[in-house]
Design a protein around this ligand. Structure first.
Ligand code: UDX
Length: 464
């Protein structure tokens, strides 16, 4: 086990190396990032911004052409500006040519998708393919870094694949450096991460990554590869379980006449608990938490460990939207022929990502029940339209609300917090407000004449 704290033993050494580089006037590192999805593109852009020479590789030539032209494949605040600036300054390059990129790189990041397989395990075919490609192209010593979220043991797998296929007779090393960025704040999270985890086979290998990250001046933990791999899953699944926990408490609050917002606040003041990730509502979605939870359950079973706690978190999360939908039908009765205004389609604010979005799950239930849905989301409508063309997509919250029998705020975009609810009320057919993300002060809107329904709060229109 490496298990040492960068800040104590290594800061001096790292600073010395950086000073040496500056004194020698040496170049920054040549970084290659393979995969230009969320993680890869943001990582590449940030490393370029720190002054490194970065090549981003993707086998999707259309995506690479778009990036060359400054067109982003995703919406992420600050990303476009950072990519364009570094591309214009010739620090950030895009290519489909893995071989030449690998040959010119010193540190190679693997940031390809690892989607869920049917059984909950992770599909590692893209990682395997890239590892094989690296092996065939390698012409000198490289540090190969797993940035994708991969089950414990994948670092070892990558090492074996490269050893088996490499044509060059020299050495290489494999490192695990999991990413903790959140969509919607990915640039900030990468520039100012709570911690940087480096799982390396030796201290000297860890130094390369340490040098790369040193300008960020953030806490670094250098450990072994397996621990780094588990840190990523354990962190995400802990947060997912926390959300399920507060959702379970929310159900109790609703039945017992309490308010989960107050309960979460009271819990969060305890420094051992903290206030974050205690927002009850529709549960967690997106491309990470559901997949990572499934994957950790799968891994635990593989090691004959009963993942009972994780399974409960999963089950609670699965029930959130159906439970909320039952509440809607209890209030509105038969939904066939009714018009529902749905605000928010993305899995969370500040993204256009609708993967495993709770809002999309709700949309499907509404459509299946025969309701007419008038939807609005600041970013996610183009993606949603591809899946559900029958929905009436609107240009504003007010247009969506016009003639509606009820309004549901399914994603807590800031724009929805500040909308003019008086105007909304006046254009709706019936002023019923469902607030499953609990973003409104119920009392205020009840006074305005809305029938208000949150999640884990007292029943509609009771005095709060
Ligand atoms: C997550 C992790 O936070 C990040 O560290 C990791 O690298 C990738 O996965 P992300 O999926 O982008 O990031 O979003 P996050 O902000 O963590 O939210 C995940 C889901 O949980 C969203 O659906 C969100 O609405 C939900 N959530 C979050 C809650 O329901 N309640 C909360 O209190 C917090």
């Amino acid at each position: 086990m490496l298990g040492w704290d960068y800040s104590r033993e290594f800061k001096c050494l790292a600073n010395q190396r950086i000073t040496d580089r500056l004194v020698r006037g040496s170049r920054d590192l040549n970084v290659v990032v393979i995969g230009t999805g969320y993680v890869g593109l943001v990582t590449g852009a940030v490393f370029a911004d720190l002054g490194n020479d970065v090549v981003c590789v993707d086998k999707d030539s259309l995506k690479i052409e778009d990036l060359e032209r400054g067109k982003m494949p995703i919406f992420e605040p600050g990303l476009e500006e950072m990519v364009k600036r570094n591309h214009a300054d010739a620090r950030l390059h895009f290519t489909t040519e893995l071989k030449s990129a690998v040959q010119g790189g010193e540190v190679l990041f693997i940031a390809v998708p690892t989607p869920s397989k049917g059984d909950g395990g992770s599909d590692l075919s893209a990682v395997r393919e890239v590892a094989t490609g690296i092996a065939r192209a390698m012409n000198g010593y490289k540090v190969v870094v797993n940035k994708s979220t991969v089950p414990v043991g994948t670092g070892d797998l990558v090492r074996r694949i490269i050893s088996e296929h490499k044509v060059w007779s020299g050495e290489f090393d494999v490192v695990s450096n999991p990413e903790f960025l959140r969509e919607g704040s990915a640039i900030q999270d990468t520039l100012r991460p709570d911690r940087i985890v480096i799982g390396a086979p030796s201290k000297s290998v860890a130094m390369t990554l340490l040098e790369l990250y040193a300008p960020l001046e953030r806490p670094m933990l250098i450990t072994d590869v397996e621990s780094a791999e588990i840190i990523k899953y354990a962190s995400n699944c802990f947060l997912a379980a926390r959300i399920s926990f507060i959702n379970l408490v929310a159900d109790l609050c609703e039945q017992a006449g309490a308010d989960v917002l107050q309960v979460a606040k009271g819990m969060g003041y305890d420094q051992r608990i903290g206030p974050q990730f205690l927002d009850a509502g529709l549960g967690f979605g997106g491309s990470c938490f559901p997949k990572d939870l499934e994957s950790l359950i799968h891994t635990m079973r593989k090691y004959s460990i009963d993942p009972v706690l994780l399974e409960a978190a999963w089950k609670i999360n699965q029930e959130r939207v159906p439970r909320f939908f039952r509440k809607m039908t209890a209030v509105l009765g038969e939904l066939e022929g009714k018009t529902i205004a749905l605000l928010g389609l993305a899995f969370k604010p500040n993204t256009d990502d609708i993967r495993k979005a709770k809002a999309m799950e709700l949309l499907k239930l509404l459509l299946d029940s025969g309701a007419t849905v008038r939807a609005y989301d600041p970013q996610a409508m183009p993606r949603a339209r591809e899946l559900y063309p029958a929905v009436q997509y609107c240009d504003s919250v007010y247009e969506a609300a016009t003639g509606a029998d009820a309004l549901v705020v399914a994603t807590e975009w800031n724009e929805f917090r500040h909308m003019n609810l008086r105007r909304i009320r006046d254009v709706m057919r019936v002023p019923i407000l469902f607030d499953p993300r609990n973003i409104y002060y119920s009392e205020r809107y009840q006074k305005m004449g809305f029938v208000y329904h949150g999640m884990g709060r007292k029943a509609a229109n009771s005095v709060q």
